[in-house]
Design a protein around this ligand. Sequence first.
Ligand code: PLP
Length: 389
Amino acid sequence: MPEPRGRMFFANPGPTNIPDSVLHACARASIDFNDNAFFAVYEQCVAGVKRVLRTKADVFFYTASGHGAWEASMLNLFSKGDVLLVIETGHFSESWAKMGRALGLTIESVAADWRRGVDIAAVEAALRADTTHRIKAVCAVHNETAAGTMLPIPAVRAAMDAAAHPALLLADTISSLGSLPFEMDAWGIDVMVGGSQKGLMLPTGFSFNGVSAKAMEAHKHATLPRHYFDWSEMLTRRHKSFIGTVPTTLFYGLQEALRLIEEEGLENVWARHTRLARAVRAAVNHWAGNGGGVELFCQNADRASDSVTAIMLPDGHNADAVRATCRNQFNVSLGAGLNKLAGKVFRIGHLGDLNEPMILGTLASVEMALKINNVPHRAGGVGAAMDAL
Ligand code: PLP
């Protein structure tokens, strides 16, 4: 089958659309990463990332996708057998927990319905029950990309404080950073996990951890084996990061991406994501009509994600068929269902470099694909999205 014509509408929840100016900024000849001309750009980028994270903490970068920063957060903080409390959100909380087990950590979890999100009182109860403070850290995925749900990190922090528990708070902000409000310092986050290819609008290729002073103290006592990800080792380097070659071209792209974010204003970026997300949810709720057809996977309006929406199909219908129609006939790329949601949901990513016509075009294509695949829905979702906008 020939490739469909026209520019692809890329509605995946990461990687995301890369603005042309960022692509052009990445198109640079190689430069020695110790060259002063690059080092100046690098330092500007580190300062800019800290502004987006809303932190004054150290930030360590790795040439790795988000999994690298996940692994770095564990290797640098813990010792064999340490207990971590992972808040269940969906596929990505499960994957982080699986990584912890593979690294020799003991994982306990606060179970949750993926469609409704965790009961914060259950997090507090688990911490209160831990009277001997075995739990070394609480791991929270701020935005569960697989379920299209958002976990309110300030509420998690409040639960930890209410239980007077000294555990570290680790927050994965891979699909929320630069899209949803995120405040590393004000929210009392000890370690954040981020990546290049979502809200920062860059190619996949680096990830990073912001690390609080409390976490740096814990790091001194951690004994899991590490080398490439070792924060202490990094602090001895000129870049205070990267045990290896720095991906210079990505930093030229990052410089431009940060310029775009700051030109728009970070709060305005967040507001744009909220506005576009509401339009997507209005369309899906319209399609859902009185029930029996497609519906939002997230059943808790307070926890709906403003960067990705998962849409569930009724039994007997295949979400991957809808995705295939969108991709093959309309050149619209949607995210697949992951883990136990494979084939049951598809996902519309609405984060990064995105505007109203891109969302409306995507929704129109999805509605056509629902019709082509005979998936029950109430026609007219795009109008509902327009009204919401
Ligand atoms: N955490 C979340 C919330 C994610 O969405 C992803 C990837 O989509 C990851 C972790 C893993 O990151 P990566 O695929 O960049 O390794």
